[in-house]
Design a protein around this ligand. Structure first.
Ligand code: AMP
Ligand code: ZN
Length: 460
């Protein structure tokens, strides 16, 4: 039984899709005006864990992830400059070139992290008619009004507005009306924004030339591909109070009923205890980590060691110990690959059960990794354990069983055991021990070559 924490009800609920065996799921994707940083990547690693866990439970998935290639404004509200046009000016390109450049890098990063990519990737610029159609529907139902700079959603017409983030319409606190004093309520948000003639990305609409509001994008693409009732919507916690609140208002107002059953949010990745910021020079990308000698999987393993709903503090020290941990883990996996022992069916069944219980308890990946470690460390070296690692890795996505195979027939088990011991010593920086083991291997007639991802043994 899979349980997931639903942000909307604030409870862990037993998951049951609307349609038997099929999960319809929407994920807020990137805005491609710049590189995605490692915080963004945490959101997609969380999506990956969810998708893999659903599949592990036998579900098929119809997933949608958007790519925001339309410039919405620099703040979540409706003020500021258009991010895409700003980037275009900065890089002397047109906004379409900007979108393509950063989207390509994003998808490469997803691949490097072995992230299970949603079945449908939707680019906002390809869904403008659906967005216009959505706004027309809201207009017909009386949820919109037009002022000088655009068409807005009138939140007071939607009484349950604010349920997701427990926002009260009567308590606007310091929410600003921004520079737009014509808005009826500070929480009203743009569905369609008029733009000046020199704006590059712009479309015709029944209300005038402009571009869509950011929130309508996700609502319209979700509706087009997943219909007006679907199972799961994911995104980072920062999207909960505005973007997702506004999506719910649009969706449910148009459909006349709840559209999304379960909302799930990942917590933030912090760097050195705070928000990443350009001024502190600590906005890292996956490529920055690679340049410092880390593998993408080191970062994924680092993320999986903290539950998605908890803040995670990124430091290079932390990443270093994750990297060493993952190396040790893989060394054990290789030992089991070469193992000849038999494991009791009872033990294997217990590990399977514990692992499934962990991932099904709201994606408790840290606990699932604990089950994996216990199995690898306590069991005698066995191919059966190795096979089970392969099964578990369907949920973890760490490529645990991918390594260069040793030619077993040439190399005696005794030598492989020594080489593995040496690898563990190296991972733990026990250089003297590692050198001793190398000498021992040499004296038995084998040479050991260190590789990026382990070692290679050669008969001398
Ligand atoms: P954006 O391109 O800003 O819409 O962000 C893409 C995804 O990354 C969204 O789901 C955000 O909520 C998420 N996100 C942004 N910053 C962080 C962070 N520091 N930690 C975790 N998730 C983040
Ligand atoms: Zn979204």
């Amino acid at each position: 039984m899979l349980k997931l924490f639903n942000s909307l009800t604030q409870r862990k609920e037993t998951f049951k899709p609307i349609e038997d065996g099929l999960v319809k799921m929407y994920t807020c994707g990137p805005t491609v005006y710049y590189y995605q940083h490692i915080g963004n990547m945490r959101a997609y690693i969380f999506m990956d864990s969810l998708r893999r866990t659903l599949k592990y439970n036998g579900y098929k998935i119809k997933g949608v992830m958007n790519v925001t290639d339309v410039g919405h404004l620099t703040s979540d509200e409706d003020s500021g400059e258009d991010k895409m046009e700003l980037a275009a000016k900065r890089e002397n390109k047109n906004p379409y070139e900007i979108a393509k450049f950063y989207a390509d890098i994003f998808f490469k990063d997803l691949e490097l992290l072995n992230i299970d990519i949603p079945e449908n990737i939707t680019y906002a610029t390809k869904f403008i008619p659906q967005m216009i159609d959505f706004i027309k529907g809201l207009e017909q139902k009386g949820y919109t009004y037009q002022i000088s700079d655009g068409v807005y959603f009138y939140v007071q017409k939607f009484p349950s507005y604010g349920q997701l983030s427990q926002k009260d319409l009567s308590k606007t606190g310091n929410a600003r009306i921004e520079e737009n004093l014509d808005k009826h309520h500070p929480f009203d948000f743009a569905l369609w924004k008029f733009v000046s003639p020199n704006h590059i990305m712009k479309w015709d609409s029944p209300w005038g030339v402009g571009c869509p509001g950011w929130h309508i994008e996700c609502s319209a693409m979700g509706r087009d591909l997943l219909g007006d009732r679907f199972d799961i919507h994911t995104g980072g916690i920062d999207h909960k109070t505005v973007h997702h609140e506004d999506e719910i208002a649009q969706n449910d107002a148009l459909a006349g009923h709840r559209v999304v059953n379960t909302w799930i949010h990942n917590e933030f990745l912090l760097v050195d205890g705070g928000k990443m910021s350009k001024s502190l020079g600590n906005v890292y990308t996956l490529n920055d980590l690679k340049n410092k000698g880390f593998e993408p999987m080191d970062f994924k393993y680092f993320c999986l060691n903290t539950h998605y709903s908890k803040k995670i503090n990124f430091t290079f020290e932390g990443l270093k110990s994750s990297s060493a941990g993952l190396k040790n883990l893989k060394t054990l996996v290789i030992e089991h690959f070469n193992g000849k022992e038999k494991i009791s069916d009872e033990n294997l069944a217990k590990y399977k059960e514990d692992f499934l219980n962990a991932i099904n308890d709201d994606l408790n990946m840290p606990l699932a990794l604990g089950v994996l470690w216990t199995m690898l460390k306590t069991e005698k070296r066995s191919k059966q354990v190795f096979d089970l690692v392969g099964e578990f890795d369907r949920a973890l996505g760490l490529n645990l069983t991918v390594f260069e195979e040793q030619k077993e027939e040439d190399i005696p088990n005794e030598i492989i055991q020594l080489a593995n011991k040496r690898q563990v010593a190296r991972n733990n920086k026990l250089w003297a021990e590692s050198d001793k083991l190398r000498d021992e291997i040499n004296s038995l007639g084998y040479k050991i070559l260190d590789k990026k991802d382990g070692y290679e043994l050669i008969k001398q």
